[in-house]
Ligand binder design. Structure first.
Ligand SMILES: [Zn+2]
Length: 255
């Protein structure tokens, strides 16, 4: 029963994220005007705005002009619901659930905005610092040094990658947004889990490239945003970073 409400809430937040992803980078208000079809300006009625279900019943088409609705919309709603559900499985019905589920939603919005516009908005990175303050208070400052080291360490590592990448490739290898985003991740996760999460980010990017490149879906010259991979890394680090570190230590160092 609780799981049902968690998923339902995830779908609603996901529906809001679609608005955020589209309007926020364009500097438009999140509240006004009400959602409308981008093609014919048909105002979307409440019944046409039910996450995922409306998409299916409308046959993926605007009810007025029959222009197809992008699969992106139910996808974001579904992914948000999954994020909420997994967070619930991991943390149970706690304050952690609320903070980290919303943090996951923020990461999802950042990932899609970066895919669309190749930017990570500064204001979203600032909002992303909030879970770090929550952890600081919840753990009574036990992790504060770890968090500060994470902020500085990850920021500096990414700044170095940016600097040397530009020297090596003669073009921007790592955006400044990624550097700030990594510093934010370090503040939330601490330096140890932060490093694990950035390793997972590079690993997932490498894996995706080795699959997509031979298939011809992306070319070597194409600019690919790195933000979505950082989002995935942060998310996995948040859920299982400590377990990954323990596994690594026992596997390779026998600790
Ligand atoms: Zn329309």
């Amino acid at each position: 029963m609780i799981a049902f409400f968690v998923i339902l809430f995830g779908l609603l937040i996901g529906s809001f994220l679609n608005v955020v992803i589209y309007r926020f980078p364009r500097g438009e208000s999140l509240a006004f005007p009400a959602s409308h079809c981008p093609h014919c300006d048909h105002k979307i009625k409440p019944l046409e705005n039910i996450p995922i279900i409306s998409y299916i019943f409308l046959g993926a088409k605007c009810s007025s002009c029959k222009t197809s609705i992008a699969f992106r919309y139910p996808l974001v709603e579904g992914l948000t619901a999954i994020i909420f559900y997994i967070t619930y499985l991991r943390f149970g019905l706690t304050w952690d659930l609320i903070v980290f589920a919303l943090f996951g939603a923020l990461l999802l919005a950042i990932a899609f905005i970066d895919i669309d516009h190749m930017i990570i908005p500064d204001s979203m990175i600032v909002i992303g610092l909030i879970p770090g303050f929550y952890i600081w208070l919840a753990k009574e400052g036990q992790l504060l040094t770890t968090q500060f080291l994470g902020f500085l360490g990850l920021g500096l590592i990414f700044l170095a990658i940016r600097f040397f990448g530009e020297l090596a490739f003669k073009k921007e290898a790592m955006g400044l947004g990624d550097v700030k985003f990594a510093a934010m991740a370090g503040w939330v996760l601490g330096w140890d889990i932060g490093i694990v999460s950035m390793f997972l980010a590079f690993l997932s990017a490498t894996l995706l490239f080795t699959v997509l490149m031979p298939m011809g879906l992306i070319s070597r010259k194409q600019q690919v945003p790195f933000g979505p991979f950082i989002c995935l890394g942060i998310w996995l680090g948040l859920l299982a970073g400590r377990q990954i570190i323990n596994w690594y230590l026992s596997m390779f160092l026998g600790v």
